[in-house]
Design a binder for this molecule. Structure first.
Ligand code: FAD
Length: 548
């Protein structure tokens, strides 16, 4: 049962428990639609005021505090309730419920704010000496428990917030490389790079808040990954602070000097060290863009079209296929189109099960854009698309970061709303989609389950599911966790447990199934070498601390 409270408009959502206060309202037509489709009866749980949440007294010992103060200064070791609550977990549905008074929050004992890579290194050494756990904290947008302030076997745990590592260190325009500190948030990174005529091209839905270090630590994938690549494709090198010293990687664009250590660090989720700087491959900022909406008839035709585009190497930079449920719902929730008129038009064009495909091209000249667009559309023609021009494409582009705001509003309205994702090979894609849908629907009867492909490769694609169902009043956390476990069990034999959200705590039990016991032992042995006392991000990536 949640500790429900009256709506408090004074709560700062940018600090905790949601995305932002702006635009967090659902339009009346969307609420009406939800009530009809899900049987929702309003059961609001707004973000709880600080005062009703249980925040234990900080347990950081005086000697540890004094050593941390000696490194970063008194004003950068925060013990107050607001600062600690602001770093108590990430933005999964369960984290958000906890900030709404359901269940127990894991609150760090202190928040420590180093200023540069040397201070990060010194903080880690001090924490190892005093046996204090360290949770690296970037934008705090993890949806898999990655920033939960778990102590493991440690007497205390700090959140190491990288917000002060906010500089563009250097740009090499000849090689098209930029060095950014780990705490730079994505919009600021784009602003800093734009001054040099460059872009990173990394636009995940968490763009507004997530950081360069967080992207590297989680192998993030942006919405334009078909064009610009995943974040790991952008990483040329990095600096990793560990309790036993600093690892510096990336002297050349490619190397045969042994196995890829960079790949060990990218995706290590703060369990091997703290990424303090990243050297990134940058591109010339595009001067021309075109986003379009296309309808395809049914999921099978839709995903075959995306496979064809991928295998003939003519994917648009953004290639995003929604299944029929997601198409219906996104049109209903945005209210952007007169649905009946559209349905009639599509029927007349023999599209009875419309699946929306968003295509977006970004280029440095009109000719380049025209040539790439023509190549995509030539291949698409065989799949009988109904093209609707720029309206839907541009609407998607302008609303591409609205999801988190809508989620806050849905939570306020009493909806259980969460997403999960996976990836697999083309030959398994439809089987995997059906298995996950089935598992979710069996656990959450009456739920709306929608799915899209947003990252396509020659050999396979990602699947991203969104679930909407009225929230259970008695045990809302259990309601979702049961469904999520069922979905993970369905995913395990068919695909990866995460395509881009990472492992965190939530997926850790499924890692051995994916990489094998030997794979887990390799990860454990790397951790032991870099973090011998096990202070780094307890309980993440690996479910239990390695022995010995
Ligand atoms: C609404 C929403 C939409 C999202 N959309 C996408 C999407 O489109 N694509 C996508 O890939 N992800 C998405 N995510 C997930 C999330 O944004 C990514 O995992 C992101 O990469 C995390 O960045 P962050 O800076 O917020 O990291 P945090 O959440 O702060 O941390 C994530 C993990 O990395 C560790 N970490 C953070 N910084 C460092 C560092 N400098 N060194 C070592 N470890 C570190 C943390 O301890 C934690 O384990 C979404 C999340 C939300 C809430």
């Amino acid at each position: 049962m949640c500790n429900t409270v009256a709506m408090n408009p004074g709560i700062d959502h940018t600090l905790r428990g949601g995305w932002t206060l702006e635009g967090g309202k659902l339009p009346a037509h969307a609420l009406r639609w939800l009530r009809t489709r899900t049987g929702l009866s309003e059961h609001p749980t707004p973000v709880a005021p600080d005062s009703v949440l249980v925040v234990p007294e900080p347990e950081l010992g005086e000697a540890a505090r004094a050593d941390l103060v000696a490194v970063v200064g008194e004003e950068h070791v925060l013990l107050d309730r607001t600062a600690r609550l602001g770093r108590a977990g990430g933005l999964s549905y369960v984290d958000l419920l906890r900030h709404r008074g359901c269940g127990q929050l894991a609150v760090p004992d202190a928040v420590v704010l180093p200023a540069d890579p040397d201070e990060v290194l010194a903080v880690l050494k001090a924490c190892a000496e005093h046996n204090v756990g360290v949770v690296p904290f970037g934008g705090g947008t993890s949806v898999v428990g990655g920033v939960s302030a778990l102590r493991g076997d440690k007497p205390a745990v700090i959140a190491l917030d990288l917000v002060r590592l906010n500089r563009l260190v250097s740009v090499d325009p000849v090689s098209r490389l930029a060095v950014l500190q780990a705490g730079v948030r994505a919009p600021e990174a784009e602003r800093l790079l734009a001054a040099h005529g460059f872009t990173l091209g990394h636009f995940p839905q968490s763009f507004e808040r997530a950081t360069i270090g967080g992207f590297a630590a989680t192998r993030s994938a942006g919405q334009a990954s078909s064009g610009y690549g995943r974040f790991e494709d952008m990483v040329e090198g990095l600096r990793l602070a560990t309790p036993v010293g600093e690892l510096k990687l990336g002297v050349a664009p490619a190397t045969a000097a042994g196995p890829g250590l960079k790949d060990l660090v990218v995706g290590s989720e703060g369990a091997f060290g703290v990424i303090s700087e990243v050297t990134l491959r940058v591109r010339r900022a595009p001067t021309h863009r075109r986003y379009e909406g296309v309808f395809l008839d049914g999921w099978d035709r839709g995903h075959e079209a995306v496979r064809d585009l991928a295998q003939q190497r003519v994917l648009a930079d953004v290639t995003r296929l929604s299944d029929a449920e997601e198409t219906e719902i996104s049109l209903a929730l945005t209210g952007g189109l007169k649905s009946q008129a559209l349905t009639g038009y599509l029927r007349a064009r023999r599209v009875t099960d419309p699946c929306l495909l968003i295509l977006g091209w970004e280029a440095n000249s009109a000719a380049e854009l025209a040539a790439r667009r023509a190549a995509t559309l030539r291949v698409l023609r065989a799949h009988k698309p109904v093209r609707l021009g720029k309206v839907l494409g541009e609407a998607w582009r302008h609303g591409r970061y609205n999801g988190p705001r809508q989620r806050d509003a849905l939570l306020d309205a009493g909806v259980c709303v969460e997403t999960l994702e996976t990836a697999t090979h083309w030959s398994q894609l439809s089987t995997l989609r059906s298995a996950v849908r089935g598992a979710l629907l069996r656990s959450l009867p009456g739920a709306v389950v929608m799915c899209h492909v947003s990252h396509a490769y020659e050999t396979g694609a990602s699947l991203y599911f969104t679930v909407l169902v009225p929230r259970a009043t008695e045990d809302p956390i259990g309601q979702w966790q049961t469904a999520k476990s069922a979905a993970c069990r369905a995913i395990a034999p068919l695909g990866t447990i995460s395509h881009h959200h990472a492992v965190g705590t939530d997926h850790a039990p499924y890692l051995p199934g994916e990489v094998g016991e030997l794979g887990v032992r390799v990860i454990e042995s790397v951790k032991r070498e870099l973090d011998p006392t096990g202070v780094l991000n307890p309980g993440k990536l690996l479910p239990v601390p390695p022995k010995g």
